[in-house]
Design a protein around this ligand. Sequence first.
Ligand SMILES: [Zn+2]
Length: 104
Amino acid sequence: MNTGTHTQGLGAQRARHLLESHRDARHQQLLDLTRLPVDEREPADEAVIETTLQVLAEIDLALGRLGAGRYGVCTECGRPLPTERLEVLPYAATCVDCTPGAGR
Ligand SMILES: [Zn+2]
């Protein structure tokens, strides 16, 4: 069962579950948003689509890190990410200190 891959904070299974549920939710959101033809969309919808695509890319990267056993540590400073942060934002790549404009 445990293959020796150390995952900080969240367990690997919990992390994968959270990432997959976020991915499914975003995917569904994207389908809803892109149902209208481009010329009938509101500019605000375009902005949400943009953000959603970005989040989906971040989720993919996080799943990649999980597979590589590098999930749960800040990609900038290498410190473990707090479990509470990963519960809310399972695809977070950096800690609050390394995230531009976060909470300051
Ligand atoms: Zn950091």
